[in-house]
Design a protein around this ligand. Structure first.
Ligand code: SF4
Ligand code: SF4
Length: 465
């Protein structure tokens, strides 16, 4: 990726300007609402039960406008994922593109192209070698229930339930966890049909069950558990290569482990937990993540979190254990997207919107209508992935200014600034360009990095202060 920004701005100049601006922001903040902020490492707040920087505010309505009355439950078979892509472009064309992708991958392997060498392709393949079991709606149901142990089910307040679930799931590997209650609106975010063609229905029954034709959610299972799994920023910044793709596969593998363990944990408490029967099933992940305040919907029509930027994957489950719901957030992310457009510029497939404002108009039936978003052209995206990248892509994730490492002070300053002073968006975007933060990193050097486990920073949301 070429640096398109202002090369004449030196790092020294930048730090000087940033220091001045950060002081101004601190002073402004102190005088305007007496926030105790004394530096960019500022007071933290709790939203979605997670420890958050102070500039993440809870709100009653998400920063994505929703017309609940105009929304229907969406059929997961309509997405452009998997077989859905072939449904839009025809099976013959899908097969042709798959063949091209295989050829490109083989050519790059033969030519030892960085990011596609044998070791790169071997680690990518290895990430799909799941050892944890398989996804299922009802879960493995192996652990002892309270009844089998001869004791009553666990009881506690909704707040206590949320707290122990969050603690367990973070220990299983989730980055952030939030909850939302299913009502007549949020039920519309549950798919009408799963990707495998089974209908998802709500019934007034005590126990969830599954037949050849349907998956049944009891009406009393009213709480959705939404969680993120971190991807390795250092890996994804090698997009589009297989070394970048393998972090996505790793995230899905870890999510599977988290799902199974959470289903068994909740069973062990005496309640039901219904999971994704296959990848990307059950409901619309980014929509649920927005509703529980794990992040905001962004220009690339995916989630951006305050903690990890776009470097997460989102998953969900449903339980009849009553938990305290969370609220959406406004961290200035959607506002920033209106001016930034960096992902749209970087997208080699021209699949992302350059519009100033989000729109109610979808790009195709692969989009769910009823909310205002920057809808993407998924067909262009998927075609590029097969014809050119021969992997999934993720350039739009990698170039995003929110994709920087969270612990770097300047990142906090950037995010602090935009939440408080939206007019800084353009300045910060220029600074981001100037330092080429969006440039693709060398895939070959990835192998020399001394990365922590899973290539991620797991210390970002601890509340042990
Ligand atoms: S994944 Fe790649 S092709 Fe698809 S929208 Fe993002 S940058 Fe564009
Ligand atoms: S690159 Fe810019 S416009 Fe795109 S999602 Fe990130 S912040 Fe938003």
């Amino acid at each position: 990726m070429e640096d398109k920004g202002n090369k004449s701005l030196s790092r020294r100049d930048f730090l000087r300007i940033a220091g001045l601006s950060a002081s101004s922001i601190a002073a402004g903040k102190l005088s305007s609402n007496s926030s105790p902020m004394t530096s960019v490492e500022v007071a933290k707040s709790h939203t979605a039960g997670n420890l958050r920087p102070w500039w993440v505010q809870t709100v009653d309505e998400p920063t994505t406008e929703i017309n609940w009355d105009g929304m229907q439950r969406y059929d997961a078979r309509m997405t452009a994922r998997g077989q859905g892509f072939a449904n839009y472009i025809g099976q013959a064309e899908a097969d042709r593109l798959t063949e091209i992708a295989n050829q490109v991958k083989k050519q790059r392997l033969d030519n030892n192209v960085p990011g596609y060498t044998l070791k790169d392709q071997a680690i990518n393949a290895a990430q799909s070698a799941y050892t944890f079991g398989s996804r299922s709606f009802l879960g493995p149901q192996n652990v002892e229930t309270p009844m089998e142990r001869g004791v009553p089910s666990w009881t506690g307040t909704a707040e206590e339930a949320a707290q122990i679930l969050r603690a367990a799931m973070r220990h299983f590997g989730a980055a952030t966890v939030g909850f939302v209650e299913l009502n007549k609106n949020t039920r519309k975010l549950i798919y009408s049909y799963d990707p495998d063609g089974k209908e998802i229905v709500f019934e007034n029954v005590d126990e969830a069950y599954e037949t050849d034709g349907k998956r049944v959610i009891p009406d009393k299972a009213k709480w959705v558990i939404v969680y993120t799994v971190q991807m390795s920023s250092e890996s994804l910044k090698r997009a589009p290569t297989v070394i970048a793709e393998q972090t996505t596969r790793l995230a899905y593998g870890r999510a599977l482990d988290i799902q199974i363990k959470t289903q068994e944990f909740i069973r062990g408490l005496g309640y039901q937990c219904l999971g994704e029967a296959s990848s990307n099933s059950l409901g619309i992940s980014p929509a649920f993540a927005v509703m529980v305040g794990l992040g905001e919907l962004a220009r690339h029509n995916r989630l951006i979190t305050p903690e990890f930027g776009p470097m997460v994957r989102v998953f969900k489950m449903i339980t009849d254990l009553r938990v305290q719901p969370d609220k959406p957030i406004d961290a200035g992310i959607m506002k920033f997207c209106k001016h930034c457009k960096k992902c749209a510029e970087a997208c080699p497939a021209s699949a992302l919107s350059f519009d100033d404002e989000p729109s109610w108009d979808i790009q195709g039936d692969w989009n769910n209508s009823g909310h205002k978003a920057y809808f993407e052209d998924s067909i262009k995206c998927k075609t590029f992935q097969r014809e050119n990248a021969a992997t999934n892509c993720g350039i739009c994730f990698a170039v995003c200014p929110f994709a920087k490492k969270n612990k770097v002070w300047i990142h906090d300053w950037v995010k602090t600034g935009i939440a408080t002073f939206p007019f800084l968006d353009g300045v910060i975007r220029s600074m981001d360009d100037a330092f080429s933060y969006g440039a693709q990193k060398d895939p070959e050097k990835w192998w020399q990095l001394d990365l922590p486990e899973y290539g991620i920073d797991t210390e970002q949301t601890t509340n042990d202060e």
